[in-house]
Design a protein around this ligand. Structure first.
Ligand code: ADP
Ligand code: MN
Ligand code: MN
Ligand code: MN
Ligand code: MN
Length: 357
């Protein structure tokens, strides 16, 4: 049987038809599982700002986001991006979920995050997120791993080059281009320590844009992988045993950290982070305890630690930052499955706020 997606020659005949001025807007939202969902709406013209995009809704009882008797969840556009799949004037619209009674939906963490970012906007906080993830085949087997066995132990795969050392480069390359086309601030990619595990970096982005851009990059990755018949996992420990987990290292700087002498501000931030370790860990992803074991380039999750160039600490100060005396720091605790709105939100609250002793 020929699968539908193989009929690309037939499909292209239709995709080439003119749209007669209409614009397709794919509305994306975050669901109760921390995945994205989307549905499409025809617009009569190209929007020039996000305010021109209509509010919409969906059946929240089908996504675990609302009860059946009051199932409408509203989609409020917050940003839009050129659509790399449909191209032309078509767009992808990132939305926030709101309930019928005017409160933010339980899984809408953007709303609170935006308030925190606004309250501390004069600090001009920048973030850079390193999104690690793992590829699986359609049968939920680690992508390209030998059937019924294991690949050779970790070592050759990190930034690997050559057959048997790197897998699925085509998927990753396609995603990179899709992000660039959409204007997502993707700053790099690399193959990871475990075979078929990869990373992309988004940033630096300021304030609320960090969460928006990471969610859009994740959505694009799921869409690209769907075309290749590959599954994406953001689980922090997708395979038990002597295989690296997956994180979402969170690089952070404030205005005062980025100028000469900024190390003082970095140290202040680290002492504030040490005091709120437990509060942060609650928002740093589910199943993160399986990853933060103290092995595989992680710190154990019980206690906060920091160090220059130390990849076994909760927070690392890059060597170059320590040398120059200013720059940024890297929080290595967040898991790959975080909601970036929760993580960037509490980060700003902690390092820009004053914590009572
Ligand atoms: P690693 O050595 O930890 O693998 P990466 O190169 O993967 O580092 O990621 C470093 C990230 O730090 C980049 O995504 C970049 O956007 C981010 N970054 C660089 N400078 C700053 C800064 N001043 N503030 C916040 N983030 C920054
Ligand atoms: Mn219907
Ligand atoms: Mn990295
Ligand atoms: Mn990495
Ligand atoms: Mn890192």
């Amino acid at each position: 049987m020929v699968s539908i997606t193989e009929n690309t020659a037939i499909l292209s005949k239709y995709l080439d038809l003119p749209q007669r001025g209409k614009v397709l807007a794919e509305y994306v939202w975050i669901d109760s599982e921390g995945s994205t969902r989307s549905k499409c709406k025809t617009l009569s013209k190209v929007p020039s700002s996000v305010d021109e995009l209509p509010e919409w809704n969906f059946d929240g009882s089908s996504t675990g986001q609302a009860p059946g008797h009051d199932s409408d969840v509203y989609l409020r556009p917050v940003a839009f991006y050129p659509d790399p799949f449909r191209k032309g004037d078509n767009i992808i619209v990132l939305t926030e979920c709101w309930n019928n009674d005017g409160t933010p939906n339980k899984y809408n963490h953007r709303h609170e995050c935006a308030k925190l970012m606004k309250a501390h906007q004069d600090e001009e906080v920048w973030f850079g997120l390193e999104q690690e993830y793992t590829l699986f085949d359609e049968f939920d087997y680690p992508y390209a791993w030998p059937k019924g066995g294991f690949p050779a132990p970790q070592g050759p795969y990190y930034c690997g080059v050559g057959t048997g050392k790197v897998y699925a480069r085509d998927v990753i390359e396609a995603h990179y281009r899709a992000c660039l086309y959409s204007g997502v601030c993707i700053s790099g990619i690399n193959a990871e320590v475990m075979p078929s595990q990869w990373e992309f970096q988004v940033g630096p982005c300021n304030g609320i844009n960090m969460g928006d851009e990471l969610w859009m990059a994740r959505y694009l990755l799921q869409r690209v992988a769907e075309e290749f018949g590959v599954k994406i996992s953001f689980h922090p420990k997708p395979l038990k045993g002597d295989w690296n987990g997956a994180g979402c290292h969170t690089n952070v700087s404030t205005k005062s950290m980025r100028v000469p002498g900024g190390m003082k501000s970095i140290e202040d931030a680290l002492s504030k982070l040490a005091k709120r370790h437990k509060e942060h860990m609650l928002l740093y992803g589910s199943d993160n305890d399986q990853r933060l074991t103290g092995k595989h380039e992680t710190a154990a999750m019980e206690a906060f630690s920091s160090g220059v160039a130390n990849r076994g600490a909760s927070v690392r100060i890059p060597r170059s930052v320590a040398k120059e005396g200013y720059g940024y720091f890297e929080d290595r605790r967040p898991a790959s499955n975080i909601d970036p709105y929760l993580v960037t939100g509490i980060m700003v609250e902690t390092i820009c706020g004053s914590i009572p002793d």
